[in-house]
Design a protein around this ligand. Structure first.
Ligand code: ATP
Ligand code: MG
Length: 213
């Protein structure tokens, strides 16, 4: 294809990316929330946007089905980053990766005792690395959503999940017991496309870089 394809997810990433795209002179023709279209044209004939699941953005870019994309650090750590050039932290969709447990659970004591901890999470790789670095033995249970339910239903003692305001944890009587790392979204570029389509891609990278606070 002559032009470039940008992979974005619906929701907060799409909304927070709009000002960056505008800074690069790119305006999507439709909002994916209302249009339900998965391929969206822009004001520029040589730029189109594809709407994919947040966790699928690195895969589309890795295989060159999209030339660029925007993905959370959480998603990139799980994907591993193969084939991806990550030139910019865009400082959007900010939150943090944390360990949370029921309000009454003594997490520090459980970790000190050295017993195995049952942890439910969507972020298996990140959780594995975190607990390995602390020397804590864990049984990791993979979930795809509603992590907060796991300790309440007796599936796990703790969860590893993204936290921003803490409102969801609070509503489910969970407490953030440890912060693992800050999370924000990054621009990812297909390494081969960067070479073959540099004239189209580099100006987008430069405009994004200037627009990041
Ligand atoms: P889905 O909701 O389709 O299961 P998802 O939860 O990964 O997928 P979003 O909720 O749109 O999709 O999150 C997209 C990205 O935004 C995440 O990968 C993360 O980097 C970031 N994010 C997630 N939750 C928050 C939050 N509460 N505040 C700020 N950024 C967040
Ligand atoms: Mg979500």
């Amino acid at each position: 294809m002559e032009g470039i394809t940008v992979a974005l997810s619906k929701g907060r990433i799409f909304e927070e990316t709009l000002p960056l795209l505008a800074a690069a002179g790119i305006v999507p023709a439709e909002n994916p929330e209302s249009s339900r279209k998965l391929i969206i044209g822009t004001n520029r004939a040589d730029v189109r946007v594809v709407i994919v699941r947040a966790s699928d953005v690195p895969t589309y870019v890795q295989y060159g089905a999209a030339d660029l994309g925007i993905a959370g650090k959480d998603v990139l750590l799980e994907h591993g980053g193969a084939g991806l050039y990550q030139p910019l932290d865009l400082k959007i969709a900010k939150c943090r990766m944390s360990v949370a447990a029921p309000a009454g659970f003594d997490y520090a004591a459980a970790v000190r005792r050295g017993a195995r901890l049952r942890v439910a999470t969507k972020y298996i790789e990140t959780a594995r690395e975190h607990f390995a670095a602390k020397g804590v033995h864990v049984d990791l249970i993979k979930l795809y959503g509603s992590m907060e339910l796991a300790p309440l239903a007796g599936l796990a003692e703790a969860i590893v999940d993204l936290v921003s305001s803490g409102g969801t944890l609070n509503a489910n009587n969970l407490v953030e017991v440890e912060q693992i790392m800050p999370i924000s979204s990054r621009l990812v570029v297909n390494q081969a496309a960067l070479k073959t389509k540099r004239a189209l891609i580099q100006p987008v990278i430069d405009a994004f870089a200037k627009a990041v606070p």
